[in-house]
Design a protein around this ligand. Structure first.
Ligand SMILES: NC(=O)C1=CN([C@@H]2O[C@H](COP(=O)(O)OP(=O)(O)OC[C@H]3O[C@@H](n4cnc5c(N)ncnc54)[C@H](OP(=O)(O)O)[C@@H]3O)[C@@H](O)[C@H]2O)C=CC1
Ligand SMILES: Nc1nc(=O)c2c([nH]1)NC[C@@H]1CN(c3ccc(C(=O)N[C@@H](CCC(=O)O)C(=O)O)cc3)C=[N+]21
Length: 294
């Protein structure tokens, strides 16, 4: 029976640590860190995520701002908003919630963000720094996963790590971080995706499997080896008859895998809360590097 990598618990610890840091900042007469988010369109999951971010900020004493736009906003209008946030000295960091409407040039939007305020770590300058092991903002989800592994003293050195999914926000940066020098890191990484012909061949030999594909219950016990560490990033809303109308499904078939794994993350309560905590962590890093605070 696997032990639980309790992301909810660790995220609370991290938030508590940040809350203490914020209290010290404000006690000495400086303004609190300020995180902003831009949300375009009406995606239900995206709305829920940015709303929870506002709540997280209030909980630990950050200021926060949320800018909502209809899905037919022009690229120019969005770029103007980004420019305004880039220049506003009272805002330490901001994120543009993804995915953006299909018609928009996502790359152009991300490129417009001031890298010093890019607390998602998505700007190519920050992504490049991450890959080159320079100090920068690490994307919140992979940052959350390595922090979770670290706090549970999971050894990654010399291990075979298989990642499923190669998105900009999870799979790709995750593969870089696990393969970097250091601990967590020093793993031998295999990055798999929809063109991988026989995923099972890789997952069966993996000491660590990280799933980020968005396919409910994809990873079954037969696909993993005894004692593997399983990290489930996937969150899909699957419709059912409950009051909410859906339940949250991970990419891992938890019921079967927990019997075989040594460690496993639950969904919900695993990687998701860690992502939120690390965004706050990045914001305080941005704050501390931004000079004058008044
Ligand atoms: N817990 C958290 O904090 C977060 C959770 N998520 C969740 O993680 C999941 C993934 O999201 P995201 O990272 O944005 O990825 P995307 O949805 O952007 O991409 C999915 C990736 O999975 C690959 N893939 C899809 N199907 C298969 C398959 N059958 N076999 C192998 N690879 C496959 C795709 O391959 P290809 O590149 O070839 O198309 C692609 O690289 C979603 O459920 C999302 O909601 C996302 C961010 C944060
Ligand atoms: N610019 C940008 N940055 C992101 O970091 C980003 C993004 N866009 N787009 C969408 C994905 C998704 N993502 C999640 C974060 C937390 C939970 C989370 O807190 N999940 C809870 C459950 C939440 C619920 O009840 O719905 C849990 O797993 O326990 C989920 C998903 C960040 N993303």
């Amino acid at each position: 029976m696997a032990q639980i990598l309790d992301g909810l618990k660790i995220s609370k610890e991290i938030k508590q640590e940040i809350k203490i840091e914020v209290a010290k900042i404000t006690a000495s007469g400086n303004r609190a860190p300020h995180l902003a988010a831009i949300l375009v369109g009406e995606n239900g999951a995206s709305k829920a995520y940015v709303n929870s971010k506002v709540k997280d900020c209030a909980e630990i004493g950050f200021q926060s701002s949320l800018f909502k736009f209809a899905s037919d906003i022009s690229e120019e209008e969005l770029l103007d908003k980004i420019k305004e946030l880039n220049e506003n000295p009272e805002i330490d960091g901001f994120i543009v919630q993804l995915p953006l409407p299909k018609e928009m040039d996502q790359e152009k939007i991300i490129m417009a963000i001031n890298p010093k305020k890019d607390v998602d770590g998505f700007h190519p300058e920050n992504f490049g720094k991450m890959a080159l092991e320079m100090e920068t903002f690490l994307p919140a989800t992979p940052f959350g996963i390595i922090t979770l592994l670290e706090r549970y003293n999971i050894t990654t050195e010399g291990k075979n790590c298989v990642i499923i999914g190669r998105s900009r926000i999870v799979g790709k940066p995750m593969s870089i971080l696990m393969g970097r020098k250091g601990n967590p890191g020093n793993s031998t990484v295999t990055l798999t995706h929809s063109y991988t012909t026989d995923i099972e061949e890789f997952t069966k030999n993996a000491d660590i499997v990280i799933t980020a594909l968005g396919n409910p219950h994809f990873l079954k016990a037969e696909m993993i080896k005894d004692g593997a560490v399983i990290v489930d990033v996937g969150i899909t809303r699957v419709e059912n008859d409950s009051k909410k109308g859906y339940y949250l499904a991970g990419d891992v078939d938890y019921e079967s895998c927990e019997k075989k794994a040594s460690w496993i993350t639950p969904v919900p309560g695993g990687v998701g809360p860690m992502t939120r905590a690390m965004l706050l962590k990045n914001t305080i890093l941005a704050y501390n590097n931004s000079g004058i605070k008044n």
